[in-house]
Design a protein around this ligand. Structure first.
Ligand SMILES: [Zn+2]
Length: 56
């Protein structure tokens, strides 16, 4: 991993499923069955992350 300091991504498998649960450094959460889709979502930040107070 070569993420910049302060950008913390967490991805974990939900036990007993094929579903990935990811948490972005901004606090947004996302689930996906496809790891590629998960990383696409992560890297698309802030698109689709539902940031609180997102208005700019
Ligand atoms: Zn985010």
């Amino acid at each position: 991993m070569s993420g910049r300091t302060g950008e913390i991504y967490r991805v974990e498998w939900l036990p007993g499923t094929d579903v990935l649960h990811g948490t972005c450094h901004c606090g947004a959460e996302h689930t996906a069955e496809d790891p590629v889709a998960m990383w696409d979502w992560m890297l698309a930040h802030p698109q689709g992350h539902g940031l609180p107070g997102d208005g700019s």
